[in-house]
Design a protein around this ligand. Structure first.
Ligand code: SF4
Ligand code: SF4
Length: 102
């Protein structure tokens, strides 16, 4: 029973001091959670403190590999809207490339 920090962690240090079990530690290339120390905050807090403060969606996973803060949960941007803007950015980029090579 432990959470996991993955590569999208931006090493902001926000979570490390909040852990009641000192389970979070600085590592390279990103912070990690000691699975032997993490209790998922059960008994100490209602929510996992690390995930509660983490500003990056998807950076902290459950034991089943599911993001505690899934895409859109912090930004409020739906997956559909995000895909739409990503497509628009890509189209603009491709148009700029085409214009440069013309
Ligand atoms: S879930 Fe709680 S105990 Fe586990 S690493 Fe995060 S803050 Fe620490
Ligand atoms: S709060 Fe999130 S982004 Fe910041 S160090 Fe912890 S896991 Fe990484």
């Amino acid at each position: 029973m432990a959470l996991e920090i993955i590569e999208s962690c931006v090493n902001c240090y926000a979570c490390e001091p909040l852990c009641p079990n000192q389970a979070i530690y600085q590592a390279s290339p990103h912070f990690l959670i000691d699975a032997d120390k993490c209790t998922e905050c059960i008994g100490d807090f209602l929510d996992a403190q690390c995930a509660s403060i983490c500003p990056i969606e998807g950076a902290i996973l459950t034991e089943l590999g599911e993001p505690i803060n899934p895409p859109g949960s912090l930004t409020g941007i739906s997956l559909e809207l995000l895909a739409k803007y990503q497509a628009a950015v890509e189209a603009t980029y491709q148009a700029a490339l085409a214009a440069k090579s013309a």
